[in-house]
Design a protein around this ligand. Structure first.
Ligand code: GDP
Length: 532
C-alpha cells in the first residue's frame, strides 16, 4: 500500500539530462539505469544512441516509435526513491521539444565532456533551465580520457554560466593517468580500475585518503598533488549549499567516466540526496491565481509532450502527463481544462526502464502516458474538477517558414488534417493565412521539415513539396481585441491563424516587424506563445 500523496511525492526525483551531442548523455543514461538496478546489462540504451548518429538511421528509429516512446521517460525505484528520468532529444533542431520536456523536470544533470567543457548546445540548454529555475547537477564526464585542468573547468562554469561550482569530489589525474577521485566530504579515496576490455568492471572499494591503503592506488607524488589540489579547491570554492543549489545559484560538481561506470553511483546518490522532490506549481483555478501542492488531494497534471503511437495505421497518440498533485488511480476520470472534455484514463502507461507497464497508481513527479485519439494536446491541463490551468508551456516563433503543397491535388483535404495532427503533436507549427488556401508550416530547424515529410509519407500516404514562402518571421499578436483587429484589417495579406485560432503576423523580415511595431505601439508582437 502506498503512502499519502505528500509522502509519495517526497520520494520522487524527476530529472532530465542535458548535454552537447557526444558528451555522453546516452552512456550516462544507461549507466544510471544500471546503477539504479533498472537494467542488468549495458546495451539497451546504447543501440539507440548510436542509431542517432546518422540521419537516416535516426528516421528509422523514429518510425519504430515504440523505442522512442518508451525511452521518453524511464522510471526506476532505487533505495526507497522513485527516479523519473526524462529524455530530451539531442538534436538542436528539437530545442522546442526539449524546452517542453524541461518544464516537466524538477532538476537537470548537465553532462560536460572533460576535454571540451561547456559547448554551445550545453549553454543553450542551460539557459532554458535557468529560465525555469531548474537546479542543475554537473557531471564532468570522460575523465578516463585526457581532460582539461579541473580548475579551468570550474572557472568556465562560473564565468559562462554565472553559477557557483561546488565540487563534491576531486579527480586524481585523467586519461591514462586517471587514478580515481577524492570524496571531499568524507576524505575517502575512490580508486579507478583501468580495464582494457569491454567487460563489466568493478572498481575497488573506497579507502581512507589519510590511511595506508591509499598507497596501493597513488604513488607519493600523486598523493601529494591530490592533497594540494583538494586543499586549494576547498579554500577557493564555496562549500556546497543545498539551498543555493535549489535556488539555481550553485551546482554540485561530480566527476567520472560514464563509459567505465565510474562516479555514476555517486551521481545517483547525489541526485537522491540533493535533487528536489516535486514542488508547488503556479496555476489558476477558475481564473484565480493559486499554487498546486504535491500533497493536494485533487489529481492534477499537464501534458508536456504528445507522440504518435507505435502503430502508424491507427491515429492514436500517447500524451505524456506530468502529475502535479494527488493520488492518481487507473480508471480515474480527468477533465481537460480548456475544452471541458472528460476522459476516463483506463490504460495509463508508466515507463519502467525495462518495459512499459500499466500504471495502477501515480503521484506528483510521475509521468504517465495516456493513449488517446487526438483529444489531448501539448499544454493541456488535466484535473478532476477541470477548472485548473497550469501556465507556461510556450510555443516559439519558428525560424523557418515554408509553404507546403501536396503533389496530388485531390488530397488537399487530407493534408489539412495531417498538418493539424502534426501541429497538435508539436512536430511543426501550422499557420493558415487569411487570404488564399496555402498552408505555411514553421519550424525551428530544417530537420523538422524532413521528419515531417517522412511522417506525412509514411503515416498519411501524402507526398508533399515544400516551397520557400515569402515569410521569414512569425509573431503572435497580443493586446486589446479592437487594436489587434484593426491591425489585422490593415494587414490582411500578412495575417494568419495558428492551430488555436490565435492571430499571427507573418513578416517578410525582422525589419518589417520593427517597422509595424513602432506604428502600432498598442499591439504586442510576441516571439513566444504560452499555451495551456
Ligand atoms: P550523447 O550524444 O551525448 O548521447 O553521447 P554518447 O553517450 O552517445 O557518447 C558519445 C561517445 O562518447 C560514444 O562513443 C561513447 O562511447 C563515448 N563516451 C561516453 N562516455 C564516455 C566516457 O566516460 N569515456 C569515454 N572514453 N568515452 C565515453
Amino acid at each position: 500500500m502506498s503512502n499519502s500523496p505528500a509522502a509519495e511525492a517526497a520520494r520522487r526525483r524527476t530529472f532530465a539530462i542535458i548535454s552537447h551531442p557526444d558528451a555522453g548523455k546516452t552512456t550516462l543514461t544507461e549507466n544510471l539505469l544500471l546503477a539504479g538496478g533498472a537494467i542488468r546489462a549495458a546495451g539497451a540504451v546504447r543501440a539507440r544512441g548510436e542509431n542517432r548518429r546518422t540521419r537516416s538511421d535516426w528516421m528509422k528509429i523514429e518510425r519504430e516509435r515504440g523505442i522512442s516512446v518508451s525511452a521518453s521517460v524511464m522510471t526506476f525505484d532505487h533505495e526507497g526513491l522513485m527516479f523519473n528520468l526524462l529524455d530530451t532529444p539531442g538534436h538542436e533542431d528539437f530545442s522546442e521539444d526539449t524546452y517542453r520536456t524541461l518544464t516537466a523536470a524538477d532538476a537537470a544533470v548537465m553532462v560536460l565532456d572533460a576535454a571540451k567543457g561547456i559547448e554551445p548546445q550545453t549553454l543553450k540548454l542551460f539557459e532554458v533551465c535557468r529560465l525555469r529555475d531548474i537546479p542543475i547537477v554537473t557531471f564532468i564526464n570522460k575523465m578516463d580520457r585526457e581532460a582539461q585542468d579541473p580548475f579551468a573547468l570550474l572557472d568556465e562554469i562560473a564565468s559562462k554560466l554565472a553559477l557557483d561550482p561546488a565540487p563534491l569530489f576531486w579527480p586524481a589525474g585523467s586519461g591514462g593517468r586517471f587514478k580515481g577521485m577524492l570524496d571531499l566530504r568524507t576524505q575517502k579515496f575512490l580508486p579507478y580500475a583501468k580495464k582494457g576490455s569491454d567487460q563489466e568492471e568493478g572498481h575497488p572499494d573506497p579507502v581512507a585518503f589519510g590511511g595506508n591503503a591509499v598507497v596501493s592506488y597513488l604513488d607519493p607524488d600523486e598523493q601529494a598533488e591530490l592533497e594540494e589540489a583538494a586543499m586549494l579547491v576547498t579554500e577557493a570554492a564555496k562549500p556546497f549549499d543545498p539551498q543555493a543549489f535549489l535556488e539555481g545559484h550553485m551546482t554540485p560538481v561530480f566527476f567520472g567516466s560514464a563509459l567505465r561506470h565510474f562516479g555514476v553511483d555517486e551521481l545517483l546518490a547525489g541526485l537522491g540526496a540533493y535533487a528536489p522532490p516535486p514542488k508547488a506549481v503556479k496555476a489558476t483555478k477558475g481564473g484565480d491565481a493559486t499554487h498546486i501542492v504535491p500533497g493536494d488531494n485533487e489529481v492534477t497534471g499537464f501534458v508536456f509532450k504528445v507522440q504518435a503511437n507505435m502503430d502508424p495505421n491507427h491515429r492514436d497518440r500517447i500524451a505524456f502527463l506530468r502529475l502535479c498533485s494527488g493520488r492518481f488511480n487507473r480508471g480515474m476520470k480527468l477533465k481537460v481544462q480548456n475544452t471541458g472534455r472528460q476522459l476516463s484514463v483506463n490504460a495509463p502507461i508508466m515507463f519502467f526502464a525495462s518495459d512499459r507497464e500499466l500504471a495502477e497508481e501515480a503521484f506528483a513527479g510521475d509521468v504517465i502516458g495516456i493513449p488517446n485519439h487526438g483529444v489531448l494536446r501539448v499544454g493541456d491541463s488535466l484535473s478532476e474538477t477541470g477548472t485548473l490551468r497550469f501556465a507556461g508551456l510556450p510555443n516559439f516563433a519558428p525560424e523557418i517558414l515554408q509553404r507546403v503543397r501536396v503533389k496530388d491535388p485531390l488530397k488537399a483535404k487530407h493534408l489539412k488534417k495531417a498538418l493539424e495532427g502534426l501541429a497538435e503533436e508539436g512536430v511543426t507549427q501550422l499557420f493558415r493565412p487569411q487570404i488564399g488556401s496555402d498552408f505555411i508550416v514553421g519550424a525551428v530547424g530544417q530537420l523538422q521539415f524532413e521528419v515531417m515529410a517522412d511522417r506525412l509519407a509514411n503515416e498519411y500516404q501524402l507526398e508533399v513539396i515544400f516551397e520557400t514562402s515569402p515569410y521569414a518571421e512569425a509573431r503572435w499578436l497580443t493586446g486589446e481585441r479592437a487594436e489587434v483587429e484593426d491591425f489585422g484589417n490593415k494587414h490582411k495579406t500578412a495575417m494568419a491563424t495558428d492551430i488555436d485560432d490565435q492571430p499571427v503576423f507573418l513578416a517578410k523580415s525582422s525589419w518589417e516587424i520593427g517597422y509595424v511595431a513602432e506604428r502600432y505601439p498598442k499591439v504586442g508582437f510576441e516571439r513566444t506563445k504560452e499555451r495551456g
